[in-house]
Ligand binder design. Sequence first.
Ligand code: KG4
Ligand code: ZN
Length: 349
Amino acid sequence: MSDIILCKTPKIKETPLILGIESSCDETAAAVICGRKILSGKIASSASLQALYGGVVPELASRAHTDAIDEVVEGALQEANVKKEQLDAVAVTYGAGLLGALLVGLSFAKGFAYGLNIPLIGVNHIRGHLAAAYLEDETLMPPFVTLLASGGHTAILYAKSETSFELLGGTLDDAAGEAFDKIARVLSLPYPGGPHLEALARDGQNVVPLPKMLKGEGGYQFSYSGLKTAVINYVHNAQQSGKSFSPADVACSFQHAALDILVEKIVQAAQEKKVDTVTAGGGVIANGYLRETLAAACQKAGLRLVLPAKERCTDNAAMIAAEGLIQYRQGNFSPLSLNAQAYIPLDLA
Ligand code: KG4
Ligand code: ZN
């Protein structure tokens, strides 16, 4: 049975009903879309449990997925008012992520697709983040440039088509989300760091002198390690010498230094590629300061900006269904032998 591709020649519909399933980290998510229209979205998160340990404990994540997945999928179908027999395909994240966590969603999706005799579509999580923007605007079509900023990736990409991207540049070390999480930890903020750091930054000012990130000389490359070390040194020096400092000012200054460069470079990339549209995806794109700065910069440069809603920037299943839709239209279905992958290189050509 392992190499069987379910429904080898299903009739490809223009607006199929697709169930998306995501379980790559600490969120168990399911969503139903009809074409690009979102019918439902359910998420169960083990983040509050993981917060007790300061980060994601893989085994706890796997167990939480196992406990939640039936209810989350059932809830998504009910909210969409769709019977499982009406579904045209099941799209599921197969990587990258925590292996045990991925296997819960993937095994569930395989069983579901097999039982219903509909196609299984394995989705690369990062492609899901990139596809989230399609759900916001029915008319969105490549070419455009896109800013990817998540916990594992920071990159600027040129979307040539729905399935083909050119990587214009990425981070040389940490991803933006990773830097947010590390700085949040230094400021004793709870897991997950990004949203807490953003909230703290709202009470602060951009007054702490921090090194500028790679600029023109870096092309479309980024480096967060120097900035991260500077913030850590600033905080440790203050603590060791008993000087008081404002954590809110540190958070605000870090946020400016970490995010302004992304805005500057994505606008530069749009101009260089002569496209009129900018999109974005990944957890860091939920950051309110980044969204406002991006909107202002794109407006100034005469660019159309299509941002996923905040809840579809962080991990969710609608984005997995959105990428599933792209693959469905290509007739690109997965065999039941599809395995989970902990790592997938950012090779999106
Ligand atoms: O895309 P995502 O949910 O998971 C990955 O695929 O990595 O991104 C998670 C990352 C974390 O590093 C988290 O701290 C960051 O996105 N993040 C934020 C915000 N919300 C989530 N970073 C800055 N500001 C936020 N509001
Ligand atoms: Zn993600």
